[in-house]
Write a protein that binds this ligand. Structure first.
Ligand code: ZN
Length: 465
């Protein structure tokens, strides 16, 4: 070989070696391999390295890799894991994408009943709900409610589109019967001739409320005949549930004790008390006695009416002036004559029953000693019967109201013949307002009511002058 050829050959060899070294160097570029590639983990889940390897040619240099990541597993998002390795002053890297995902549905809880049992035709009133999301927090305000027939569908979606749906079922049903309650219980009694007055009742239904006005009452009571009668109260609610109640009404014969009450009214008539009083007496079918004064022509119609309605018109006097009437026997009878004539003119009958103003026991006449002793005899001589009283309603005295009048009368009915002193003078409403209760009390306790007549046993006070 020539010297030159040797040179060429040597250089070629050198070049070849350089090439080989270069190729070797190139082949030794680190190769990073990631297992599983890009991944996703759940919110809160710990990131676990799926694994990687780095080879430099045939050499495993995995342990030289520097791995970093910015993963925040408490926050939804895309993160990176960076795998870095240095070689010959150059940096090689590979990136793994890691997504943190919220895959948990929000919680959605209903308050109140489920299913709900609701009256037909009633609107459901929302009982409330609550939605809490693991990531978004309180989503209650985002809950949507959809109504499908008898279902309420509550739904909510979190920011990661996890959706939850809860159903509340509404059962429209009224199988509950109404209730009907009778005032005064299920049995009542009254006397023959007394009128039945319904004590009332209440019908209530859980769905319809107060349906008292729909109650149908059936049954007949003959208050003129003793017996047991039944009233039936029937109620049906709007769903067709029914209830009924019955009341037994016992009509019993009126008890009698042969005792008599004589209601007597002095000093009338008066235009504002007497007509109303007559009305009550008529309704209660009670006869009474009116000891009238002379109130002039304008009230004659009341004397006439009382007379026509069967009451006894008796005489009290014309003036009720003690000074005048008890000044002498003549003065008394002159006064009596005036009212006697008025009554006669109105009724066509001479009255024979009288009551002394102040009563026969009065002491107001003592300015004329002995006058009452004289008059008591003299009225008899002239054919009169005089009546005092043995039950005083105190309606011209201490009674302050109708309760007092009522009590003063009913608490003092101690006699076979009870002559009750009352007044129908103007504005005596306390007596007017007590009279019906007094009559009812008397009837229920076996008394009969009568007007005073000439055959009524006279009730006299002791003469005190
Ligand atoms: Zn009087």
């Amino acid at each position: 070989m020539e010297q030159n050829e040797k040179w060429v050959f040597s250089i070629s060899i050198i070049l070849l070696i350089v090439d080989l070294i270069t190729i070797a160097i190139l082949n030794l570029t680190p190769k990073i391999t990631l297992k599983e590639g890009d991944i996703a983990i759940e919110l809160g889940e710990e990131y676990k390295e799926p694994g990687y390897s780095v080879f430099q040619g045939y050499f495993d240099i995995t342990n030289q890799v520097f791995v970093t990541n910015n993963i925040n597993n408490q926050e939804v998002g895309s993160y990176e894991v960076i795998y870095q390795v240095k070689y010959l002053g150059k940096e090689y890297k590979k990136v793994r994408s890691v997504k943190v995902e919220d895959r948990t549905k929000p919680a959605l809880t209903l308050k109140g009943n489920n299913p709900v049992i609701l009256c037909p035709n009633k609107e459901y009133i929302e009982e409330g709900y609550e939605s809490i999301d693991n990531y978004d927090g309180d989503l209650t305000e985002k809950v949507k409610i959809e109504k499908k027939e008898n279902l309420l569908i509550y739904s909510v979606e979190d920011s990661s589109n996890n959706k939850v749906e809860v159903i509340r079922e509404i059962i429209y049903n009224d199988s509950e019967a109404p209730t009907i309650t009778l005032n005064d219980g299920n049995a009542t009694s009254l006397y023959v001739g007394q009128s039945y007055s319904e004590p009332g009742y209440i019908a209530l239904d859980t769905c319809d409320g107060d349906i008292t006005s729909n109650v149908k009452v059936s049954g007949d009571i003959n208050t003129n005949e003793a017996g047991s009668y039944t009233l039936t109260y029937q109620i049906t609610d709007s769903s067709g549930n029914s209830a009924f109640a019955t009341r037994t009404v016992l009509v019993t014969p009126r008890p009698t004790n042969n005792k008599v009450i004589y209601l007597t009214f002095d000093d009338g008539p008066s235009y504002n008390i007497t007509p109303a009083l007559l009305e009550i007496l008529k309704e209660e079918n009670v006869k009474a006695t009116f000891f009238v004064l002379d109130h002039g022509d304008s009230l004659d119609y009341l004397i006439k009416r009382a007379y026509d309605e069967g009451h006894t018109i008796a005489l009290h006097g014309a003036t009720h002036s003690y000074k005048q009437i008890y000044s002498s026997t003549d003065a008394f009878f002159n006064d009596l004559e005036i009212i006697q004539n008025r009554v006669f003119n109105v009724t066509g009958k001479r009255a024979t029953i009288i009551r002394f103003p102040g009563g026969s026991s009065n002491t107001v006449s003592r300015f004329n000693p002995g006058i009452m002793t004289t008059l008591a005899k003299e009225v008899k001589n002239r054919g009169f019967h005089y009546f005092d009283w043995n039950v005083d309603s105190e309606d011209a005295g201490s009674a302050r109201n109708s309760n007092d009048v009522y009590r003063n009368v009913v608490n003092n009915l101690k006699y076979q013949h009870n002559v009750v002193l009352m007044h129908d003078y103007s504005n005596n409403y306390k007596t007017l307002n007590a009279i019906r209760d007094i009559i009812r009390y008397g009837k229920e306790n076996g008394y009969t009511f009568e007007a005073i007549t000439m055959s009524t046993p006279e009730v006299h006070h002791g003469i005190a002058n």
